[in-house]
Write a protein that binds this ligand. Structure first.
Ligand code: ZN
Length: 137
């Protein structure tokens, strides 16, 4: 079995922000030489998430608006007695920080309207990572 790992590094500039990493992830799949297998996309962070969806500016604003509404930073979170980012931890716990996609015939299998997004919820951060691991044959 072939295993190819790459760590993508990114920087965020807003508290809540969506960063499209589709091209970078597809590049890792191409480099891997894996014909058939899976691609694991993992953000090793407790206050961020990985989602798949359409890269359309209105929709991205809808997603960010809903995040603020469902996980308001200024709510009375218990974790905020020791930190100031409970909303981001809770959102990350519900959304998830890992996605697994099939790789078929050297290509990442995703829908036309499924881009890969890193979702920042506790930015800005000078350094965030996304681990992309491609496994297969
Ligand atoms: Zn915290």
């Amino acid at each position: 079995m072939r295993v190819h790992v790459k760590v993508l590094e990114l920087r965020t500039s807003e508290r809540f922000q969506v960063v499209d990493i589709t091209r970078e992830v597809e590049r890792v799949v191409e480099e891997s030489g894996v014909k058939n297998g899976v691609c694991v996309i993992h953000a090793p962070h407790a206050t961020a998430a990985i989602v798949l969806n359409e890269h359309e500016q209105g929709l991205i604003r809808d997603i960010l608006g809903k995040l603020r509404e469902l996980f308001p930073p200024d709510a009375e979170w218990l974790h905020n007695r020791i930190d100031d980012n409970a909303h981001a931890h809770v959102a990350s716990a519900f959304i998830g920080s890992t996605r697994v996609l099939p790789v078929v015939n050297y290509r990442l299998v995703r829908g036309t309207w499924q881009n890969v997004f890193f979702v920042e919820m506790d930015g800005p951060r000078s350094r965030r990572e996304v681990v992309v691991e491609v496994l297969g044959e």
